[in-house]
Design a binder for this molecule. Sequence first.
Ligand SMILES: C[S@@+](CC[C@H](N)C(=O)[O-])C[C@H]1O[C@@H](n2cnc3c(N)ncnc32)[C@H](O)[C@@H]1O
Length: 268
Amino acid sequence: MSTITRPEFERAFGIIDLPRPPAGVHDVGDGDFDAIGREFLWNLVHHAGLQPGERVLDIGCGVGRLALPLTAFLDSDTGSYIGFDVAARAIRWCQDEISSRHANFSFHAVDLRHPLYNPGGALDPLSFVFPVETAGVDLAAAISVFTHLPPDVMGQYLRQVRRSLAPGGRFFCTAFLLDDEVRARLRAGKCRIPFRADAPGFWQEGHVDHPGAAIAVDLDWFLRAAAQAGLVPAGPVLRGHWPDDSGGEGFQDMCVLQALDPSAAGRG
Ligand SMILES: C[S@@+](CC[C@H](N)C(=O)[O-])C[C@H]1O[C@@H](n2cnc3c(N)ncnc32)[C@H](O)[C@@H]1O
């Protein structure tokens, strides 16, 4: 946990002298683009101990919502950032507007199939290898991405995260995670996404007519898949307020994972 307070943090890293993506380049959901980006940078620092000299991998980076505030935080000599996404226009915008001004930031478009974001994609995410060296990353982030991936792709991505992490590396992930307590909260019927408290199986689509728009998995399954990939929680899962709009630090659940055996991080 960082010792800097949130207001101090906002003062130090809140001003970003870069363009913002025009409307229509890429849809990353509702809400204040800048405020959400700053909030997630704060989460990475506060919950996952991100340091300015570290190497960051942003899985499903979208149109730079996290990258933009990171330009103010990462050290331009020792820190670095790699983002990838299936959305080619978003990546082009990031390359043109961010990499052109910050040489330590790179962005990759990967033509992976996704039923919502890239239905005509040529590549299968189940066999995708992240565009980073083994053990080449100190912090991996997947913000509002596992909430769109089916469990088999989550499994592949967890294995790729493990391969990517250097010793001491952390993975910050948001997700919709189900357990008995969450199902009880869903029964209140206040969830803005129509997840079902009584759905059979260990995962479900929030919008059956729009695959990939919102996906929830059982917390037990997620932790088992993470452990099979060689990752364990670094702390408690931080519950979001998505099931019933009450409590929670953010909308989605958040967790930080680290290598099961830190001495073996990056193998496999
Ligand atoms: C809700 S957006 C979040 C984007 C970004 N992380 C942010 O917080 O602004 C979900 C992102 O996941 C990307 N995506 C979908 N399938 C993907 C995959 N298999 N691998 C990487 N990114 C993917 C989408 O293109 C989209 O940019």
